[in-house]
Design a protein around this ligand. Sequence first.
Ligand code: SF4
Length: 279
Amino acid sequence: MNTTLIALAIALLVVTGMIVQLGILSLLSGAFFFLFGKSKLDVLKASDDESFAFGYRWNNSREPAKFNHVVVRLFNPFGKKTQVTVSSDYAAQDSDFAVEVKFGPAFKDILDIENLDSATVEVEIKSKEGITQSRQMKARKFIEAYRGATQTVEEFNGEFGYEKPKKFYHQTSRSFIADPIPEGNIPVGLRISANPQFAGEFAGNGGGDAAAQENFAVSKVWIEEGCIVCNACEGIYPEVFEVTDTNCVIRPDAPLDNGLLILEAAEACPTEVIKFEKA
Ligand code: SF4
């Protein structure tokens, strides 16, 4: 009888010990992930002031994602440009990567600001699946990291041993610059799409000085060979274009009545493989 009780007590102790050990291990692994498993954004050396180069590392076995879009936003409440947003697509990446994208002149507005300590810069990395990772920092920290970067995309990939046989493609998809808020109650004509004074500039395929273009229907839209799955078209008109792992296809129930948006996607396509016929 005594022997059975002792055996039971030992078994209980062993089981309890195992449970405690598992608990400790799980806590340690959580703490390890918290300390060392976080994703990391490295600002890299860009070729010019219109470009942004960065490296991104994350635990892709824990969080599978195909990152293919980057957004940089400046919030500058006391500056001449209150907000600047630039964004770009690039070839989707499912493991650590480095890429350089050219945002164009709007990016210089971010680099040239004066209110370094009151402005904020946010960098967002987005995936095709809808995952968004973002970093926010003082503009000063961002500019210092940008100006002080010495490592290029190639050196980053070399250091971490990333083989990137496929060329990186990118396509700037959106730029937005908000004019300063007018002082007092003076009815200054803000250059925004809601202002009839500037409606023509914002109509149709994205503005510029072109006159407002009338919309039209298309009878047929198709993709020729040469798609590089950059995702630009789907970003512009997801109801029509669907980008798969290897190609872009037209959705079977695609609406064909917004020719201007299809035209915008065709013009944004870096390989010019989107074709359509007007109805
Ligand atoms: S069709 Fe053009 S825009 Fe669309 S994913 Fe392919 S290359 Fe990019």
